[in-house]
Design a protein. Structure first.
Length: 256
């Protein structure tokens, strides 16, 4: 490397250092204003009364407690709205109602299961819930972003939830899959043996279609119903593969 290149590199490093120093100094100068702004934002809502904030180099640190997990998210969202905030470190703890994991999982599962009643996509979403020490994990697939967002909102607002992890997959948009969904719905819920499941507005047999692959999820009353649903789905033209994950109700009760 010649002297010209060495000199150019030194100038570049020096310029970057000066820029970073100037940015840090600018953020530091704004800290008192940010502190006041964040405090005013938090004072506007009663659920943030136990939340405290501190600011260093434009980074806001939130501590304290809130009643539900959604309040923790909202506190950080409000802090980010304050001018010149560079970032938010959210250390708030959820200190609301304590609910046993099994009870919390059952409550959430029921709410999410019945959430999309009346919407066309209801039979094409399947979300499961697991809870460990108040941390909720959501798994499954949804027809689009809306049911995924709905499931997240339900979990985040549920008393007893300390944290939420979403592993929900939004299925890709596909006209071919949409046609297959309609065909599968008609052949399953229109069957003389399975038609009684159509009475349930929650649609207990969930039909997940991903690039021509059909997965049946949910609970049925007996083994014959599970077999019939699988056979009907396998007869659909265009279905590349069918995975029958339906659970027989009597088997699931024995496992409790």
């Amino acid at each position: 490397m010649n002297l010209k290149h060495v000199f150019s590199s030194m100038v570049l490093v020096g310029a970057l250092s000066v820029g970073m120093t100037a940015q840090t100094n600018s953020a530091s100068r704004n800290d008192p204003t940010i502190t006041t702004g964040v405090a005013q934002k938090l004072q506007q809502k009663s659920q943030f009364e136990n939340v405290k904030s501190s600011v260093e180099d434009g980074i806001v640190t939130l501590t304290g407690t809130v009643p539900v997990y959604q309040d923790k998210l909202d506190a950080a969202k409000n802090a980010r709205k304050v001018k010149n905030v560079q970032g938010v470190r959210n250390l708030i703890e959820v200190a609301g109602t304590s609910v046993p994991d099994a009870e919390l999982a059952a409550q959430l599962s029921r709410k999410i299961y019945y959430d999309r009643i009346g919407y066309f996509d209801n039979a094409f979403n399947y979300v499961t819930v697991s809870v460990k020490d108040g941390m909720v994990t959501l798994n499954g697939q949804t027809y689009n972003d809306v049911p995924k967002s709905d499931a997240l909102a339900i979990a985040q607002r549920m008393p007893g939830v300390k944290d939420v992890v979403s592993n929900i997959q939004v299925l890709p948009t596909s006209n071919f899959d949409d046609r297959l969904r309609v065909q599968a719905f008609r052949t399953i819920y229109g069957n003389s043996v399975l038609s009684r499941y159509a009475i349930d507005p929650a649609k207990p047999i969930r039909i997940i279609v991903d690039n021509g692959h059909i997965t049946l999820e949910g609970t049925v009353q007996n083994t014959m119903d599970k077999q019939v649903a699988g056979i009907r789905a396998n007869q659909l033209p265009g279905a590349f593969r069918v995975e029958n994950n339906l659970v027989v109700e009597s088997d699931s009760k024995q496992g409790l």
